[in-house]
Design a protein around this ligand. Structure first.
Ligand code: PRT
Ligand code: ZN
Length: 285
């Protein structure tokens, strides 16, 4: 059997982007509302829709072969599974939050204090590593209200924009870990399942590479082509085509998303004109 069962969060912050990634990989399926299972029409994969906290355990037990969870959940539960790939979405931080008037300098200030969290293991390890002796109050939700109701001196919670801390009179004082969605797998996949996993990873990597790059077309006088090629090395080397106008060429290449604006400035200085930039759906290097 080469079919893989993948566990995806049923409803929450990971759900939409997890399903979007699967769809961008060309995998078609219909997941009616409230369904707990679905299978793909054109790829050997089945979906289980679960609470995120249950996913690492189900993958460890072999109920699911793969799963998508936040790294924070993976590290907290510490199941015997493999982290296969970071997926680049649902980015957040697990941070210490303290009263906004606290002149907090470093983690040592939490010595002898109490901290409310849903992440006792990650927090405990961090405190131990820093030789800080604090009391950990494990609570499962609404951690941010703990200081205002006198339950704890500080919190350790997931932060994204920071507005939840802010609206509870707290500030982000220390980042304990950075997290994003990750693909995990069990340790006992069959050889056929590993083949399917490699096909899935190949598709995910093509989608990610596409997102990290832009397709760029521009016109340039022939005497600036060498300089422009050095700015736009492309996948192998840029395509250079003559324009109908004597002495000019069109160049086609790819540019990395995070270098994009810097490169555009340099291209303009080198004499490029009529620059067109288009998204890339998939990129196979
Ligand atoms: O029901 P189920 O158990 O499946 O879901 P859940 O409620 O436990 O998890 P969910 O859907 O809230 O989050 C799933 C994963 O998304 C988390 O494990 C993180 O990896 C990731 N993630 C990304 C976040 C956030 N951003 C986030 N902002 N998880 C939670 N939050 C919460 C945080 O707990 C706090 O209450 O949002 C608030 C802070 O947000 P800001 O923007 O105000 O800072
Ligand atoms: Zn959860």
């Amino acid at each position: 059997m080469n079919t893989l069962k993948i566990a995806i969060q049923k409803s929450g912050r990971l759900s939409e982007d997890s399903l979007k990634l699967i769809k961008e990989c060309g995998i078609k399926f219909s997941n009616g509302k409230g369904k707990l299972k679905a299978s793909a029409d054109n790829f050997p994969i089945e979906f289980l829709f679960l609470r995120d906290d249950d996913i690492p355990g189900y993958v460890e037990d072999g109920v699911a072969d793969l799963g998508i969870v936040g790294e924070n959940v993976l590290v907290e539960y510490d199941n015997d599974v493999k982290l296969v790939k970071k997926l680049g979405f649902s980015k957040c931080r697990l941070s210490i939050g303290v009263d906004r008037n606290w002149d907090y300098k470093n983690i040592k200030e939490l010595d002898g204090k109490s901290i409310a969290t849903s992440y006792p293991k990650i927090l405990g390890n961090y405190l131990k590593k820093n030789n800080v002796n604090a009391e950990i109050h494990e609570i499962s939700g609404s951690v941010e209200i703990a200081p205002s109701i006198g339950l704890a001196d500080a919190v350790c919670d997931i932060v994204s924009s920071g507005s939840t801390l802010l609206s509870n009179g707290l500030k982000e004082a220390d980042v304990i870990m950075r997290s994003e969605a990750v693909l995990i797998s069990g340790k006992n996949l069959s050889a056929d399942q590993v083949k399917t996993l490699n096909q899935l990873l190949f598709r995910m990597e093509s989608v990610q590479a596409g997102k990290n790059n832009k397709y760029i077309l521009l016109n340039a006088p022939n005497d600036s082509i060498d300089e422009i090629i050095s700015l736009l090395p492309g996948m192998k080397s840029p395509t250079v085509l003559p324009l109908a106008m004597e002495g000019w060429s069109s160049l086609h290449s790819v540019v990395k998303e995070d270098e994009f604006w810097e490169v555009i400035e340099k291209l303009k200085e080198a004499g490029a004109q009529g620059i067109l930039v288009a998204p890339i759906e998939k990129m196979i290097v």
